[in-house]
Design a protein around this ligand. Structure first.
Ligand code: DAH
Length: 348
Protein backbone atom coordinates (compact mmCIF):
# COMPACT_ATOMS: atom_id res chain seq x y z
CA UNK A 1 0.00 0.00 0.00
CA UNK A 2 1.20 3.47 -0.81
CA UNK A 3 1.15 6.43 1.56
CA UNK A 4 -1.15 8.35 -0.80
CA UNK A 5 -3.77 5.59 -0.75
CA UNK A 6 -3.57 5.36 3.03
CA UNK A 7 -4.04 9.10 3.48
CA UNK A 8 -6.87 9.20 0.94
CA UNK A 9 -8.67 6.41 2.78
CA UNK A 10 -8.35 8.34 6.05
CA UNK A 11 -9.69 11.52 4.45
CA UNK A 12 -12.52 9.57 2.91
CA UNK A 13 -13.69 8.55 6.39
CA UNK A 14 -14.59 12.15 7.21
CA UNK A 15 -17.04 12.52 4.37
CA UNK A 16 -18.55 9.10 4.97
CA UNK A 17 -19.05 9.86 8.65
CA UNK A 18 -20.64 13.23 7.87
CA UNK A 19 -23.10 11.53 5.54
CA UNK A 20 -24.02 8.92 8.15
CA UNK A 21 -24.38 11.59 10.84
CA UNK A 22 -26.79 13.46 8.60
CA UNK A 23 -28.88 10.34 8.25
CA UNK A 24 -28.96 9.55 11.97
CA UNK A 25 -32.24 10.73 13.42
CA UNK A 26 -32.06 9.41 16.98
CA UNK A 27 -29.60 8.92 19.80
CA UNK A 28 -29.60 5.18 19.24
CA UNK A 29 -28.79 5.59 15.53
CA UNK A 30 -26.06 7.98 16.54
CA UNK A 31 -24.62 5.28 18.80
CA UNK A 32 -24.60 2.87 15.82
CA UNK A 33 -22.58 5.43 13.85
CA UNK A 34 -20.06 5.66 16.67
CA UNK A 35 -19.62 1.91 16.71
CA UNK A 36 -19.34 1.77 12.92
CA UNK A 37 -16.51 4.31 12.77
CA UNK A 38 -14.81 4.64 16.10
CA UNK A 39 -15.00 1.29 17.89
CA UNK A 40 -12.17 -1.25 18.01
CA UNK A 41 -13.53 -3.02 14.97
CA UNK A 42 -14.81 0.12 13.24
CA UNK A 43 -13.82 1.77 9.99
CA UNK A 44 -10.98 3.79 11.42
CA UNK A 45 -9.41 0.71 13.03
CA UNK A 46 -9.71 -1.08 9.70
CA UNK A 47 -7.86 1.65 7.80
CA UNK A 48 -5.22 1.68 10.54
CA UNK A 49 -4.41 -1.94 9.70
CA UNK A 50 -2.66 -0.51 6.59
CA UNK A 51 -0.11 1.37 8.71
CA UNK A 52 2.38 -1.48 9.24
CA UNK A 53 2.33 -2.15 5.51
CA UNK A 54 3.82 1.27 4.76
CA UNK A 55 7.50 1.93 4.38
CA UNK A 56 9.06 2.69 7.81
CA UNK A 57 9.96 6.29 6.85
CA UNK A 58 6.35 6.93 5.82
CA UNK A 59 4.87 5.75 9.09
CA UNK A 60 5.45 8.84 11.28
CA UNK A 61 3.54 11.08 8.90
CA UNK A 62 0.83 8.49 8.41
CA UNK A 63 0.50 8.09 12.20
CA UNK A 64 0.20 11.84 12.74
CA UNK A 65 -2.45 12.11 10.07
CA UNK A 66 -4.33 9.12 11.52
CA UNK A 67 -4.47 10.82 14.91
CA UNK A 68 -5.70 14.04 13.38
CA UNK A 69 -8.49 12.21 11.55
CA UNK A 70 -9.45 10.32 14.69
CA UNK A 71 -9.82 13.62 16.59
CA UNK A 72 -11.85 15.11 13.78
CA UNK A 73 -14.19 12.09 13.60
CA UNK A 74 -14.75 12.21 17.36
CA UNK A 75 -15.47 15.89 17.46
CA UNK A 76 -17.94 15.67 14.55
CA UNK A 77 -19.69 12.87 16.36
CA UNK A 78 -19.72 14.75 19.71
CA UNK A 79 -21.20 17.83 18.05
CA UNK A 80 -24.07 15.80 16.67
CA UNK A 81 -24.60 14.22 20.06
CA UNK A 82 -24.83 17.63 21.75
CA UNK A 83 -27.32 18.64 19.08
CA UNK A 84 -29.54 15.66 19.96
CA UNK A 85 -29.27 16.30 23.69
CA UNK A 86 -30.27 19.93 23.26
CA UNK A 87 -33.23 18.91 21.11
CA UNK A 88 -34.38 16.39 23.70
CA UNK A 89 -34.17 19.02 26.46
CA UNK A 90 -36.24 21.46 24.45
CA UNK A 91 -38.88 18.80 23.87
CA UNK A 92 -39.05 18.11 27.59
CA UNK A 93 -39.44 21.82 28.34
CA UNK A 94 -42.20 22.11 25.78
CA UNK A 95 -44.28 19.65 27.86
CA UNK A 96 -43.69 21.71 31.00
CA UNK A 97 -46.50 24.08 31.91
CA UNK A 98 -45.10 26.99 33.90
CA UNK A 99 -48.59 28.31 34.59
CA UNK A 100 -49.48 25.29 36.79
CA UNK A 101 -49.82 26.28 40.46
CA UNK A 102 -46.81 25.23 42.54
CA UNK A 103 -47.05 22.54 45.18
CA UNK A 104 -47.14 24.39 48.50
CA UNK A 105 -45.46 22.35 51.25
CA UNK A 106 -47.66 22.07 54.34
CA UNK A 107 -46.44 24.55 56.93
CA UNK A 108 -46.66 23.60 60.60
CA UNK A 109 -47.95 25.79 63.39
CA UNK A 110 -46.58 26.36 66.87
CA UNK A 111 -48.26 24.40 69.65
CA UNK A 112 -50.35 26.59 72.00
CA UNK A 113 -48.08 25.53 74.88
CA UNK A 114 -45.05 26.72 72.91
CA UNK A 115 -46.86 29.98 72.11
CA UNK A 116 -47.56 30.66 75.78
CA UNK A 117 -43.96 29.83 76.78
CA UNK A 118 -42.69 32.19 74.08
CA UNK A 119 -45.04 34.98 75.11
CA UNK A 120 -44.20 34.69 78.81
CA UNK A 121 -40.46 34.48 78.01
CA UNK A 122 -40.69 37.62 75.85
CA UNK A 123 -42.41 39.57 78.62
CA UNK A 124 -39.83 38.60 81.24
CA UNK A 125 -36.79 39.00 79.01
CA UNK A 126 -38.05 42.53 78.22
CA UNK A 127 -37.84 43.13 81.99
CA UNK A 128 -34.24 41.89 82.11
CA UNK A 129 -34.82 38.26 83.12
CA UNK A 130 -32.78 35.55 81.41
CA UNK A 131 -34.18 32.19 80.30
CA UNK A 132 -32.55 29.12 81.92
CA UNK A 133 -33.17 25.42 81.29
CA UNK A 134 -32.47 22.31 83.33
CA UNK A 135 -32.81 18.52 83.26
CA UNK A 136 -36.14 16.74 83.44
CA UNK A 137 -34.53 13.83 85.29
CA UNK A 138 -33.63 15.52 88.53
CA UNK A 139 -32.04 14.52 91.81
CA UNK A 140 -33.79 14.49 95.15
CA UNK A 141 -31.41 17.25 96.25
CA UNK A 142 -32.45 19.83 93.63
CA UNK A 143 -36.10 18.82 93.44
CA UNK A 144 -36.74 18.66 97.20
CA UNK A 145 -33.92 18.97 99.71
CA UNK A 146 -32.37 22.27 98.57
CA UNK A 147 -35.89 23.72 98.31
CA UNK A 148 -36.48 23.15 102.02
CA UNK A 149 -38.95 20.34 101.35
CA UNK A 150 -38.59 18.02 104.36
CA UNK A 151 -38.24 14.23 104.00
CA UNK A 152 -41.73 13.59 105.34
CA UNK A 153 -43.38 16.04 102.94
CA UNK A 154 -46.23 14.39 100.94
CA UNK A 155 -44.76 15.63 97.63
CA UNK A 156 -41.88 13.23 98.20
CA UNK A 157 -44.25 10.31 98.40
CA UNK A 158 -44.09 7.67 95.67
CA UNK A 159 -47.81 8.33 95.29
CA UNK A 160 -47.15 11.78 93.88
CA UNK A 161 -43.73 11.64 92.24
CA UNK A 162 -42.33 9.48 89.47
CA UNK A 163 -39.07 8.04 90.80
CA UNK A 164 -36.37 6.53 88.64
CA UNK A 165 -34.10 5.42 91.46
CA UNK A 166 -34.09 6.15 95.21
CA UNK A 167 -32.43 9.48 94.61
CA UNK A 168 -33.52 10.45 91.09
CA UNK A 169 -36.97 11.28 89.76
CA UNK A 170 -38.75 13.10 86.98
CA UNK A 171 -38.84 16.67 88.29
CA UNK A 172 -42.19 17.48 89.86
CA UNK A 173 -41.79 21.24 89.31
CA UNK A 174 -39.43 23.75 87.71
CA UNK A 175 -38.34 25.10 91.11
CA UNK A 176 -35.03 23.09 91.02
CA UNK A 177 -33.91 25.70 88.48
CA UNK A 178 -33.86 28.27 91.30
CA UNK A 179 -31.24 26.17 93.07
CA UNK A 180 -29.26 25.27 89.95
CA UNK A 181 -29.11 28.89 88.79
CA UNK A 182 -28.26 30.36 92.18
CA UNK A 183 -25.48 27.81 92.69
CA UNK A 184 -24.03 28.82 89.32
CA UNK A 185 -24.32 32.63 89.64
CA UNK A 186 -23.76 35.36 92.15
CA UNK A 187 -26.56 37.88 92.77
CA UNK A 188 -28.11 39.92 91.30
CA UNK A 189 -29.91 37.23 89.30
CA UNK A 190 -33.25 37.34 87.52
CA UNK A 191 -34.29 34.29 85.54
CA UNK A 192 -37.24 32.33 84.26
CA UNK A 193 -37.18 28.58 83.63
CA UNK A 194 -39.81 27.01 81.36
CA UNK A 195 -40.12 23.25 80.96
CA UNK A 196 -41.87 19.94 81.35
CA UNK A 197 -42.73 18.56 84.78
CA UNK A 198 -44.17 15.21 85.84
CA UNK A 199 -46.57 13.94 88.49
CA UNK A 200 -48.54 10.80 89.17
CA UNK A 201 -51.80 12.37 88.23
CA UNK A 202 -54.15 11.75 85.36
CA UNK A 203 -57.75 12.84 84.99
CA UNK A 204 -59.87 15.48 83.25
CA UNK A 205 -57.85 18.35 84.63
CA UNK A 206 -54.48 16.65 85.30
CA UNK A 207 -51.92 15.23 82.91
CA UNK A 208 -48.89 13.22 84.15
CA UNK A 209 -46.72 15.55 82.09
CA UNK A 210 -47.38 19.26 81.98
CA UNK A 211 -45.45 22.52 81.74
CA UNK A 212 -44.42 25.12 84.26
CA UNK A 213 -42.53 28.36 84.18
CA UNK A 214 -40.47 29.22 87.22
CA UNK A 215 -39.32 32.76 87.80
CA UNK A 216 -37.17 34.38 90.46
CA UNK A 217 -35.14 37.47 91.22
CA UNK A 218 -32.49 38.00 93.88
CA UNK A 219 -30.78 41.27 94.77
CA UNK A 220 -30.27 43.60 97.72
CA UNK A 221 -33.48 45.05 99.19
CA UNK A 222 -35.96 43.09 97.06
CA UNK A 223 -39.40 43.26 98.68
CA UNK A 224 -42.84 41.81 98.27
CA UNK A 225 -43.82 45.06 96.54
CA UNK A 226 -41.36 44.17 93.75
CA UNK A 227 -42.99 40.75 93.47
CA UNK A 228 -46.44 42.28 93.35
CA UNK A 229 -45.47 44.92 90.80
CA UNK A 230 -43.67 42.43 88.52
CA UNK A 231 -46.49 39.87 88.55
CA UNK A 232 -49.22 42.49 88.07
CA UNK A 233 -47.40 43.92 85.06
CA UNK A 234 -46.93 40.40 83.67
CA UNK A 235 -50.58 39.39 84.17
CA UNK A 236 -51.81 42.64 82.61
CA UNK A 237 -49.66 41.98 79.53
CA UNK A 238 -50.97 38.42 79.14
CA UNK A 239 -54.65 38.92 80.02
CA UNK A 240 -55.21 42.63 79.37
CA UNK A 241 -54.79 45.71 81.57
CA UNK A 242 -58.37 45.63 82.83
CA UNK A 243 -57.63 42.33 84.62
CA UNK A 244 -57.70 42.61 88.43
CA UNK A 245 -55.02 40.81 90.44
CA UNK A 246 -55.24 39.64 94.07
CA UNK A 247 -52.78 37.97 96.41
CA UNK A 248 -53.96 35.39 98.95
CA UNK A 249 -51.74 34.09 101.78
CA UNK A 250 -50.56 30.54 101.18
CA UNK A 251 -47.74 28.18 102.01
CA UNK A 252 -44.78 26.76 100.06
CA UNK A 253 -41.72 25.30 101.81
CA UNK A 254 -39.30 27.36 99.69
CA UNK A 255 -40.95 30.78 100.14
CA UNK A 256 -41.77 32.82 103.25
CA UNK A 257 -44.17 34.52 103.15
CA UNK A 258 -46.00 32.70 100.36
CA UNK A 259 -49.01 33.69 98.33
CA UNK A 260 -51.31 32.46 95.64
CA UNK A 261 -52.35 34.90 92.96
CA UNK A 262 -55.82 35.09 91.45
CA UNK A 263 -56.97 37.15 88.50
CA UNK A 264 -60.49 38.33 87.79
CA UNK A 265 -62.17 35.66 85.67
CA UNK A 266 -61.24 36.00 82.00
CA UNK A 267 -64.55 34.42 80.96
CA UNK A 268 -67.12 36.52 82.88
CA UNK A 269 -64.91 39.52 83.67
CA UNK A 270 -65.33 38.79 87.39
CA UNK A 271 -69.14 38.91 87.38
CA UNK A 272 -69.53 35.19 88.07
CA UNK A 273 -72.25 34.78 85.46
CA UNK A 274 -72.30 34.52 81.68
CA UNK A 275 -75.69 35.31 80.05
CA UNK A 276 -77.41 34.78 83.41
CA UNK A 277 -75.79 31.35 83.92
CA UNK A 278 -73.04 30.26 86.30
CA UNK A 279 -69.64 30.96 84.72
CA UNK A 280 -68.03 27.57 83.97
CA UNK A 281 -64.49 28.93 84.39
CA UNK A 282 -64.68 30.57 87.86
CA UNK A 283 -67.74 28.68 89.16
CA UNK A 284 -69.37 31.99 90.05
CA UNK A 285 -66.53 33.18 92.30
CA UNK A 286 -65.37 35.82 89.83
CA UNK A 287 -61.70 34.83 90.40
CA UNK A 288 -59.36 32.20 88.99
CA UNK A 289 -56.14 31.00 90.58
CA UNK A 290 -53.18 31.60 88.31
CA UNK A 291 -49.87 31.05 90.14
CA UNK A 292 -47.96 30.50 93.38
CA UNK A 293 -45.27 32.83 94.64
CA UNK A 294 -43.46 34.27 97.62
CA UNK A 295 -40.24 35.65 99.05
CA UNK A 296 -37.42 33.10 98.78
CA UNK A 297 -36.97 31.35 102.13
CA UNK A 298 -33.65 32.05 103.94
CA UNK A 299 -33.26 28.26 104.22
CA UNK A 300 -32.97 28.08 100.40
CA UNK A 301 -30.42 30.92 100.35
CA UNK A 302 -28.30 28.97 102.86
CA UNK A 303 -28.33 25.94 100.56
CA UNK A 304 -26.85 27.99 97.70
CA UNK A 305 -24.47 30.04 99.88
CA UNK A 306 -26.26 33.36 99.46
CA UNK A 307 -26.21 35.48 102.62
CA UNK A 308 -29.88 36.01 103.65
CA UNK A 309 -28.80 39.06 105.65
CA UNK A 310 -27.50 40.72 102.51
CA UNK A 311 -29.86 39.46 99.83
CA UNK A 312 -33.55 38.91 99.42
CA UNK A 313 -35.60 37.73 96.48
CA UNK A 314 -38.93 36.61 95.17
CA UNK A 315 -39.99 33.51 93.25
CA UNK A 316 -43.07 32.33 91.42
CA UNK A 317 -44.25 29.29 89.54
CA UNK A 318 -47.05 29.04 87.04
CA UNK A 319 -48.74 26.32 85.02
CA UNK A 320 -48.47 26.84 81.28
CA UNK A 321 -51.50 24.68 80.38
CA UNK A 322 -53.61 26.67 82.82
CA UNK A 323 -52.63 29.97 81.22
CA UNK A 324 -53.22 28.55 77.73
CA UNK A 325 -56.68 27.24 78.75
CA UNK A 326 -57.71 30.63 80.14
CA UNK A 327 -56.16 32.61 77.30
CA UNK A 328 -57.67 30.52 74.49
CA UNK A 329 -60.88 29.46 76.32
CA UNK A 330 -60.07 25.75 76.23
CA UNK A 331 -62.19 23.60 78.51
CA UNK A 332 -60.40 20.25 78.34
CA UNK A 333 -56.73 19.81 79.26
CA UNK A 334 -56.31 16.58 77.30
CA UNK A 335 -56.78 18.35 73.97
CA UNK A 336 -53.24 19.76 74.29
CA UNK A 337 -51.74 16.29 74.00
CA UNK A 338 -54.14 14.62 71.53
CA UNK A 339 -52.23 15.96 68.50
CA UNK A 340 -55.44 16.65 66.64
CA UNK A 341 -54.40 18.76 63.64
CA UNK A 342 -57.78 20.49 63.41
CA UNK A 343 -57.17 21.83 66.92
CA UNK A 344 -53.47 22.62 66.48
CA UNK A 345 -53.88 24.43 63.16
CA UNK A 346 -55.92 27.17 64.82
CA UNK A 347 -52.81 28.56 66.48
CA UNK A 348 -50.86 30.50 63.91
N1 DAH B 1 -43.23 24.72 92.67
C1 DAH B 1 -44.62 25.01 92.98
C2 DAH B 1 -45.51 23.91 92.45
O1 DAH B 1 -45.13 23.20 91.59
C3 DAH B 1 -45.04 26.31 92.33
C4 DAH B 1 -44.40 27.48 93.00
C5 DAH B 1 -45.02 28.08 94.05
C6 DAH B 1 -43.18 27.96 92.56
C7 DAH B 1 -44.45 29.16 94.70
C8 DAH B 1 -42.59 29.05 93.19
C9 DAH B 1 -43.27 29.65 94.27
O2 DAH B 1 -41.42 29.55 92.80
O3 DAH B 1 -42.68 30.73 94.87
O4 DAH B 1 -46.62 23.77 92.90
Amino acid sequence: MSLTTFLAELDGLIQELEKDLDKASSISQLEEVRIRYLSRKGRLAEVMKGLPKLAPEERPEAGRKANEIKEKLSSLWEAKKRFFEQKEKEERLRDFDPTLPGRIPPVGTLHPITLVIEEVSAIFTSLGFEVVLGPEVETDFYNFEALNIPPEHPARDMQDSLYITDKTLLRTHTSPLQVRTMLAKKPPVAAIAPGKVYRRDSDLTHSPMFHQIEGFLVDKKVTMADLRGTLTLFLHRVFGSETRVRFRPSFFPFTEPSAEVDISCVMCGGKGKVAGKTCRVCKETGWVEILGCGMIDPAVFKMVNYDPEEYSGFAFGLGVERIAMLKYSIGDLRIFFDNNLRFLKQFV
